[in-house]
Design a protein around this ligand. Structure first.
Ligand SMILES: *Cc1c(COP(=O)(O)O)cnc(C)c1O
Length: 375
């Protein structure tokens, strides 16, 4: 059996172990310490957000963002349907109801028209829409200008799920800095990783300080353990943050390599029926994953046939995210759309996209596609 080619695997640079060793040598082996502060500063500097709080996961960051915006039982939160479940699950942690909105074809992200339709309809039913969660899927910026205009008009804050989009920008500004709060993830498969971790970023210092407070069990200032809020254990460890600091050094290379993978696939696999995720001229995607749709009417085979053919060669690929409104757990949730996310899910596949792929790996993918086409 040939070596496994992963969809997206961790890719360490040279400094991660140095920072981790420093944490050991100074005994900062705790969910606080100089790397935690340093990583937060690195993220703020890189994204242009004024403040950052590093946490145990991107999911924790979304959860804290909802708490900071006062989302409670009985409220509603509008969320892009075409995403990973972690965008929506924290809405339910708060006892609130997710309302799902379809994607549009230009970016595959939240459709502004359906967003506005959803807001109008929910408000007309007397519901309290407390936040909007657009997602930059596979690193592709959503139509933030249109989404922001609508959010401002109805005075609803945006939580920007940029978990897949560190290194992406829209109209020259980093993804994650458009909403009132932005969310990043450093899970093992993301463009950079701390093995597991996430961050909440924003410009309002009070909110980020409050996020750090809630993430460390909400201890009031007192010599004894005194609590006037429900707390969480969501703070990132100094060890993980050390990995993060090392990864920040190589992030620009990782973005360049992922974009190079994308360009390689697009030029080498170009054919009728293969449509790669589009990028608008005002957008810059980190191309976290190379994603395309396969039209079986043109190719003679569907995305599942390609996925299985790749799997036979020990190559991991994956269908696009299954929309949340199609998930058994969310089948009761309201949905506004016209089936675009469903169609993308039907036809879409993510190809191996790690920044550590070798040309031989890419050629193995190409070979499978060629065989399928000629067979
Ligand atoms: C990975 C991811 C998350 C969750 O991040 P974790 O760090 O894994 O908790 C949230 N939203 C999207 C779109 C993601 O891809």
């Amino acid at each position: 059996m040939k070596d496994k080619i992963w969809l997206s695997s961790p890719h360490m640079g040279h400094m991660e172990q140095v920072f981790v060793k420093e944490a050991f040598d100074t005994n900062w082996v705790a969910p606080l310490g100089p790397h935690v502060d340093g990583f937060e500063q690195d993220l703020a500097r890189y994204t242009g957000a004024k403040h950052a709080a590093v946490l145990t996961s991107g999911t924790a960051a979304i959860h804290l963002a909802l708490i900071l915006l006062g989302v409670e039982r009985g409220d509603e939160v509008i969320c892009q349907s075409f995403t990973f479940s972690a965008s929506a699950n924290p809405i339910v942690y708060q006892g609130a109801t997710p309302v799902f909105v379809d994607s549009e074809r230009d970016t595959w992200n939240m459709c502004p028209q359906h967003l506005e339709q959803a807001i109008k309809d929910r408000l007309s039913k007397g519901k309290k829409v407390k936040a909007i969660i657009p997602v930059h899927l596979y690193g592709m910026p959503a139509k933030m200008q249109e989404i922001q205009t609508i959010a401002t008009q109805y005075n609803i804050p945006i939580i920007e799920d940029a978990a897949e989009a560190l290194g992406s920008s829209y109209q020259g500004k980093a993804c994650g800095t458009f909403g009132e709060l932005g969310v990043l993830s450093f899970n093992g498969n993301k463009i950079i990783t701390t093995s597991g971790g996430g961050a909440l970023i924003g410009n309002n210092e009070k909110q980020i300080i409050q996020a750090r407070f809630l993430a460390t069990q909400a201890r009031d200032a007192a010599p004894h353990y005194q609590h006037s809020h429900i707390g969480y254990n969501y703070r990132m460890s100094n060890i993980s943050a050390g990995i993060g600091r090392g990864q920040m050094i190589v992030l620009p290379n990782r973005v360049a390599q992922r974009r190079a993978n994308f360009e390689w696939y697009r030029s080498q696999l170009s054919k009728a029926g293969f449509d790669f995720q589009p990028e608008a001229s005002s957008s810059f995607s980190n191309r976290w994953l190379t994603a395309l749709t396969i039209d079986p009417k043109e190719t003679g085979y569907d995305r599942e046939a390609l996925r299985l053919a790749l799997e036979k060669e020990n190559i991991e690929s994956r269908p696009l995210w299954k929309p949340m409104h199609m998930q058994p757990i969310f089948k009761e949730a309201p949905y506004y759309g016209e089936g675009i996310a469903e169609d993308l899910f039907d036809k879409g596949l993510c190809l191996p996209s790690g920044s550590n792929l070798k040309e031989d790996d890419l050629l193995r993918v190409k070979e499978v596609v060629s065989q399928l086409t000629s067979g």
